[in-house]
Design a protein around this ligand. Sequence first.
Ligand code: SF4
Length: 690
Amino acid sequence: MLTVTPTHCPYCSLQCGMNLVPTASGVVGVEERAGFPVNRGALCGKGRTAAAVLAPGVRLTGPLVRRGGALEPASWDEALRLVAEGLSRTRSAHGPDACGVFGGGGLTNEKAYGLGKFARVVLGTSQIDYNGRFCMSSAAAGQLAAFGLDRGLPFPLEDIPRTGCVVLVGSNMAETMPPAVRYLNELRENGGTLVVIDPRRTRTAELADLHLAPRPGTDLALALGMLHLVVTEGRVDEEFVRARTRGWEDARAAVMAHWPEYVERVTGVAVPQLREAVRMFCEPESAMVLTARGPEQQSKGTDTVGAWINLCLATGRAGRPLSGYGCLTGQGNGQGGREHGQKSDQLPGYRKLTDPAARAHVAGVWGVDPDSLPGPGRSAYELLDALGRDVRALLVMGSNPVVSAPRAAHVEERLRSLDFLAVADVVLSETAALADVVLPVTQWAEETGTVTSLEGRVLLRRRAVAPPEGVRSDLEVLRELAGRLGVEKGFPADPEEVFEELRRASEGGAADYAGISYRRLVEEDGVFWPCPEEEHPGTPRLFLERFATEDGQARFAAVSHRAAAEEPDAEFPVHLTTGRVVSQYQSGAQTRRVAELNAAAPGPFVELHPRLAARIGVAEGEPVAVVSRRGRAEAPARITAGIRPDTVFMPFHWPGAGRANNLTTPALDPTSRMPEFKVCAVRVEAAGTG
Ligand code: SF4
């Protein structure tokens, strides 16, 4: 083992560089790695404490099988046999699509690739999707429609300080990826401006030159209102629109219906503030719009992203240096996880599952008949909703939908109704606790593999320590299960071997990794895709010459504002929006097991305005009940004037009575199939009075 192993954080999409060093206890410790340019050594609390989840007392160290209602220790042979039998039995009785696979945005590229191949080649099922669907799928759909290609950021983070203005929409970067805040600080030090759009005055909004706080679910109207002003104030870059775009006339017609006064009524953002945002965005030579889950996790998320891209295109702020639209992806490998085949509609290399040429290429690499590959399956929520009905057995790898899915109590009930559930995970998550078989797997510091950051930078995470004896890698699990299900070849457990196959499978696709090798990743500390050949330097900046559409022109989206799936009414008069806190990560399965993080963020809370708190008669820290059409959650009040009086906020990291996703709606975006996590209607009352 190396004394110092350079690697990357197991959590969010920033993928901060860190060094792992041996410690006296035999586990590794985390140290700063100043040489990695993205975070220059800085880590948030989650990254600094990441090694705590490696400890035997925290994580699973042996398989578990359900006997007489309880999970009990078992041998690997028994556990794998039961999983193979469960899947095989279901397939024989009900057909291949009765077997489902649910992946995760934290899986490495190799695992995501292997899982997609396992579903389609071994199980022959179309029913595979992953929790990244809940993350940035609307941004992916919006970018794909506009640019012909989706990569979280089409430029590196290092461009942010050099642009003239950043409009940050629905991102609380200061809590979700604190080391990235330096880019915003440097932007302002260099004379650039920051506009933050968020219903809450978050820590990130505190940094802004201008904070707009629209009603939840109205970001689309806000973007259209800004573009309306761009038109009426004569700020359209006509030459750019003519030379590099299509569809402006239709988009313009839709925009003109969104008068500033109408937008003010819809969003609650005053017209002078709207004008100021337009001025800040349009006056400098370059500007960016960056979105995150706020505008994306809506039933109109794709249109909302399209509207923000429209703003960039109409002002000539896309496909040019230091300008453009980008999405701040969320999970550690949310980007790579969707590029290589665990999404229900995609094959490796971002290929469409419905494209005959794509099917032929990937089938050739896999050595199977293209006609044997199933077609597209259900999206994540639709798959979870079908459990126990059409889908009777499920393999979950690296995901905890019991906490992270919308309408979570219903999802939990669906999981309980399965004929067979197997979960491969690092810890006994709330989802694993429901399983018939739990397979304990290796984690980031114990295995090598690649991830792709929000910048589209492919990175190598390196093994620094041996895993506990009773634990196997996800790739070993897939190999063993494939063998027991009659497919002896094609599932190597060596990650580099899988990556070499992934390179060939992605070759010629939109996300082309053909020129990227482990050797290069070590030597260059990351390579930006697309990278079609070994000699190719990689592509940090996209679209500077042409967009990735067939004719090289970007497309406007002709979109109009529409209401959220559920608006407040007499029974449920308040908006609920959900999100994250700095010391927990996603469903909290790992971070809730870290003492330091738990001390900092021990449980959920309900953030509400003093006027709303007074109306329902609760004081700071007193229990509040939040009720929606789907369920109820209770948590202590956190009272702040930094939230709109018509809105409450809950973080979603916890299970139990405070599970925020008891309340959220599964209303889906019609294109991306993203659930509307960010807005639903609720009633708020002092707990015990309902
Ligand atoms: Fe890890 Fe993200 Fe924190 Fe960086 S910002 S240390 S990648 S969780």
